[in-house]
Design a protein around this ligand. Structure first.
Ligand SMILES: [Zn+2]
Length: 256
């Protein structure tokens, strides 16, 4: 957690990040000593471990080759998770120079990922936005939708943000009703995935169709429909929780 000034001798993986981008020279996350990458004198903090070496965060922007963390996702889900942590922390520190209550300048905590106001003693933590995502099965069909925000031909499962004062289960039922007009039942939790675009935590569920006919929300979705498990359109890449939910639903469809 402790921020330190790099001497040049420190070794590990270097997450150099600002404004939701990460430095990927030649498309790869830099590793080796701080000196190798001319990082001596910069402030850095350890944020995890990858292949037995420290992962360091340096909150700054390089002149070129700043890229989306998405590029790391195909290399390794665990590394992608650590890079995602780095870029979210870099954004957290960048947006918390001053206290939101009293306006005084803040300090970084040396014990945890937090910013402290020494004037009014308020403490700020990185914000995480919980988001549900759900694979819905109807006999041997799965519900897939195309999103207005991602016009890339990909068909995926439904998702939405948790509202204030709502349980995860309520969010799933509400989002499914709002976006597709159907009712679901037999809702069960599967797994989660931090999703640093910019600061979501995706919580994945599976559910079964209960009743109603699909009427998609044209503001959010281009289309929504039932697809036979053997004849799926273009679906999300394998490093996403969306893909996992689709694959688990397909496995259930096969067994019906
Ligand atoms: Zn304050």
């Amino acid at each position: 957690m402790i921020q330190q000034k790099l001497t040049g001798m420190e070794r590990g993986w270097w997450v150099i990040s600002l404004e939701n981008l990460v430095w990927l020279p030649q498309g790869e996350l830099p590793s080796g000593t701080a000196r190798q990458w001319s990082l001596q004198g910069h402030m850095a903090r350890p944020i995890g471990e990858w292949l037995g070496e420290t992962v360091w965060l340096v909150c700054q922007k390089m002149a070129s080759e700043m890229a989306s963390p998405r590029m790391v996702a195909s290399q390794s889900p665990k590394l992608f998770q650590l890079v995602g942590r780095g870029i979210q922390l870099a954004e957290f520190y960048r947006s918390h120079h001053h206290c939101g209550y009293c306006g005084h300048e803040m300090q970084h905590s040396q014990h945890e990922w937090a910013c402290l106001c020494n004037h009014c003693h308020e403490r700020y933590y990185p914000q995480i936005e919980p988001c549900v995502i759900v694979g819905i099965r109807r006999d041997d069909h799965i519900l897939l939708a195309q999103h207005q925000h991602h016009r890339n031909g990909i068909h995926t499962v439904l998702a939405g943000f948790v509202e204030v004062g709502e349980t995860l289960e309520e969010t799933v039922h509400r989002e499914v009703m709002e976006e597709s007009g159907i009712k679901i039942r037999n809702l069960r939790y599967v797994a989660s995935q931090p999703w640093p675009f910019p600061q979501s935590l995706m919580m994945g569920f599976l559910a079964d169709y209960d009743s109603g006919e699909i009427q998609h929300d044209p503001v959010e979705l281009i289309s929504a429909d039932w697809y036979h498990y053997d004849d799926l359109p273009l679906i999300p890449p394998s490093d996403t929780i969306a893909r996992r939910l689709i694959e688990e639903t397909v496995a259930l469809c096969r067994n019906t």
